[in-house]
Design a protein around this ligand. Structure first.
Ligand SMILES: Cc1cc2nc3c(=O)[nH]c(=O)nc-3n(C[C@H](O)[C@H](O)[C@H](O)COP(=O)(O)OP(=O)(O)OC[C@H]3O[C@@H](n4cnc5c(N)ncnc54)[C@H](O)[C@@H]3O)c2cc1C
Length: 528
C-alpha cells in the first residue's frame, strides 16, 4: 500500500480516498493539528484536512504570545496561569526553543489608570511565582528604567511600570512545523480540501441543507478547492476541529444542533518600527482589556480588539474602525511618531471562540468546548495557542476513552516531550549558517538569524538548495530577510500551494508589507 508522505496533492488525495482511517480530523488549525500529532504518536492511522491553508484562519491571526495570561489572575484563575506557564516553558525549553523566544513585558502605570502600582506589582510578582521565577521575578521599575527599554514609551503621567517575562513566536511557522511533526509521526494531511458533507454508516452522504441526521458519522465528502476534484475519506471516528466553523459542521451532522459557541473578533496591526524595542508593552485600557505593543519580526505588532461577531467566519477582516481603535488604544502608552498610518504594513483579524451563552465577550473565559453529536462526531473549539499540546493531549485522551472504544484498545503511550522538527539552539544554527561559507560568500547575518529562528536545523536543508542553485540565496525582496530557498522549500516540503500560503504563512513577506505584485507574480510562477 502506498503511503503519501510528500506534498504531491494528487497522491495524497488518492491515499485519503482509498484507505480507512482510525481518525479523520476536520480543520488544520493548531487544535486539529495538535490532536492529529498526538493520535499519530499513539500509533493510529490519522488523516487531517483543511478547507484553506493549515493555520490559515485563527491560528495565524493571534497576538503571537506564548504566555501564562496575566489577565487570568484578575479572575483568580491561578491554576490556569500555572498550567499555561508550564506549557510555555516546555515549548521554550524542550519542544521548540528554535521558534519560541523570550520577551520582557512592561505594564505602564499612568496616573488615573485602571490599576495602581501596588496591585500590578503584586500581580506580576504572583505571575512570576506561578512559573517558579523561571523568567526572573516580577517587579516594578521607574519610568526612567522603562523608557530605557522602550524609547517610544509615553512618559507624561507615567508613575512606574510593572515587569514580567513571557514568550513570543511566529504562529504560522510554528503551526507548519507542527503539521510536519504530525506527518513525521505518520499522519496524512491535505490543505485546500473542504469538507462539504459527512459520510454515514451505510455510505450515504449528508450535506448541510438536505441532510438527515441518521447513522454514525464514518467519514466525509471533500472538494479540493484548487483542482475542483471531489473525493471522500472513510474513518472510524471523525473530529470536528474547525474553530469558528465548529457549529457549521455540527449542523452538517445534525441540522437541529443548537449553537455551542459565540464569536468575538480580534484585529491586529503590524507597523514599521523606527527604534529598538527591548520589551513589549501590555497597557491596561479598562478593568478587563489590555492593548499590546509587541516587537515582532523587526516590526511592531499592535492589538487587539474584542467585539462580538455574528457574520460568516470567512469574511472576518479588520475594518477602518478597528484600525482607528487599535491606534487610539496604543496611543495610551506609545508616542505618536511610532503610530503613523503610513507605517502600517499589514492588518489582520481573527475570531475567538467562546463558550455559548450570554455575557460580555471581553470578560468571557477562553475555554475549550468539547461536544459529541447525534452521529458520534466529536467537536472541539476554543482554548489557547500556548497550551495547544495540552489541549491536543486532553482531546485525544477523550477520544481514546469514548464508550465502545471506537479507536480500539491498542494505543501506544505518547512520549511527554517530543520536539518540533529542527530543534536546536537558534544561536548555534545562526552561527553555523554565518560561518560555514567562505569569506566574501558568507550568509548575511540578518538572513542567518531569520532562518535559524524560523527553521532551526532545517535551515541547513535550505543551504543545500542554495549550494545547488546560488540564486536561491538571494532575498525575495531587498527590504526583508526572506530568501528564495524558503519559497522553494515551502512548495516542496511545507504544502504551500498558493501565493498566499508562501507570502503570508511560510515567509514573513506579507506581514512586512513586501508582497508586491512583482513578488507575488514571481512566486506564482515558481508554484507553477
Ligand atoms: C485575536 C486573537 C488573538 C489571540 N492571541 C493568542 C495569543 O497571543 N496566545 C495564545 O496562546 N492564544 C491566542 N489566541 C487563541 C488561539 O489563536 C486559538 O485558540 C487557536 O488559534 C484556535 O485554533 P483552532 O485550530 O481551534 O482554530 P482555527 O485556526 O480557526 O482552525 C480551524 C480550521 O478549520 C478549517 N475549516 C473550517 N471549515 C472547514 C471545512 N468545512 N472543511 C475543512 N476545514 C475546515 C478552517 O479553514 C481553519 O483553518 C488568540 C485568538 C484570537 C482570535
Amino acid at each position: 500500500m502506498m503511503i503519501a508522505t510528500g506534498t504531491d496533492r494528487a497522491e495524497i488525495r488518492e491515499e485519503l480516498s482509498t484507505s480507512t482511517y482510525d481518525l479523520l480530523v476536520i480543520g488544520g488549525g493548531i487544535l486539529g493539528t495538535s490532536v492529529t500529532w498526538m493520535a499519530a504518536q499513539a500509533g493510529l492511522r490519522v488523516a487531517m484536512v483543511d478547507a484553506g491553508d493549515f493555520a490559515g484562519a485563527t491560528s495565524s491571526a493571534s497576538s503571537k504570545l506564548v504566555h501564562g495570561g496575566l489577565r487570568y489572575l484578575q479572575t483568580g484563575n491561578v491554576r490556569l496561569v500555572a498550567e499555561n506557564h508550564r506549557e510555555r516553558r516546555a515549548l521554550a525549553a524542550d519542544i521548540a526553543p528554535h521558534l519560541v523566544k523570550p520577551l520582557t513585558f512592561l505594564v505602564p502605570i499612568y496616573r488615573g489608570g485602571p490599576h495602581g502600582a501596588a496591585k500590578l506589582g503584586a500581580g506580576v510578582f504572583l505571575y512570576s511565582a506561578l512559573s517558579v521565577f523561571g523568567d526572573g521575578m516580577g517587579r516594578v521599575i521607574t519610568p526612567h528604567q522603562a523608557a530605557a527599554k522602550v524609547p517610544a514609551l509615553r512618559t507624561e503621567g507615567l508613575r512606574a511600570a510593572a515587569v514580567y517575562g513571557d514568550h513570543q513566536m511566529n504562529d504560522s511557522r510554528v503551526a507548519v512545523m507542527t503539521v510536519r511533526a504530525a506527518v513525521d509521526a505518520g499522519a496524512v494531511v491535505l490543505n485546500h480540501a473542504e469538507v462539504v458533507g459527512l459520510r454515514r454508516s451505510g455510505g450515504t452522504a449528508t450535506g448541510t441543507a438536505t441532510g438527515t441526521a441518521t447513522g454514525t458519522v464514518t467519514g466525509a465528502e471533500l472538494r479540493d478547492r484548487l483542482s475542483g476534484a471531489e473525493f471522500g475519506v472513510n474513518a472510524r471516528l471523525v473530529l470536528n476541529a474547525t474553530g469558528p466553523w465548529v457549529d457549521h459542521l455540527r449542523r452538517m451532522e445534525d441540522p437541529d444542533a443548537a449553537p455551542s459557541i459565540r464569536l468575538s473578533k480580534g484585529a491586529h496591526l503590524v507597523l514599521r518600527r523606527h527604534e529598538p524595542w527591548k520589551a513589549a508593552l501590555t497597557t491596561p485600557i479598562d478593568k478587563y482589556r489590555v492593548s499590546f505593543a509587541i516587537p515582532w519580526e523587526d516590526h511592531l505588532l499592535l492589538g487587539t480588539t474584542d467585539e462580538a461577531y455574528e457574520g460568516d467566519p470567512a469574511d472576518v477582516r479588520p475594518t477602518e474602525a478597528d484600525i482607528a481603535q487599535i491606534l487610539d488604544e496604543a496611543g495610551h502608552a506609545v508616542r505618536g511618531e511610532q503610530l503613523r498610518r503610513e507605517d502600517i504594513t499589514y492588518a489582520f483579524a481573527g475570531l475567538r471562540v467562546l463558550p455559548g451563552g450570554p455575557g460580555e465577550v471581553a470578560a468571557a473565559k477562553r475555554e475549550t468546548v468539547l461536544t459529541r453529536g447525534r452521529g458520534g462526531m466529536l467537536s472541539v473549539a476554543g482554548g489557547k495557542w500556548t497550551t495547544y499540546r495540552h489541549i491536543g493531549r486532553t482531546v485525544f485522551d477523550t477520544l481514546a476513552h469514548l464508550p465502545g472504544r471506537p479507536l480500539g484498545d491498542d494505543l501506544a503511550d505518547i512520549l511527554p516531550a517530543v520536539p518540533l522538527p529542527g530543534l536546536a539552539s537558534p544561536d548555534a544554527v545562526a552561527l553555523r549558517l554565518w560561518t560555514d561559507r567562505e569569506r566574501g560568500a558568507r550568509m548575511d547575518p540578518l538572513v542567518a538569524r531569520h532562518l535559524a529562528t524560523h527553521y532551526g536545523t532545517i535551515a541547513f536543508d535550505l543551504v543545500k538548495l542554495i549550494r545547488e542553485d546560488p540564486a536561491l540565496g538571494e532575498r525575495i525582496h531587498p527590504d526583508g530577510p526572506d530568501i528564495w530557498a524558503q519559497a522553494v522549500y515551502a512548495r516542496d516540503h511545507e504544502w504551500a500551494a498558493t501565493v498566499d500560503d508562501v507570502v503570508r504563512r511560510r515567509t514573513t513577506l506579507t506581514v512586512r508589507g513586501l508582497d508586491t505584485p512583482e513578488v507575488r507574480a514571481r512566486i506564482a510562477a515558481l508554484l507553477g
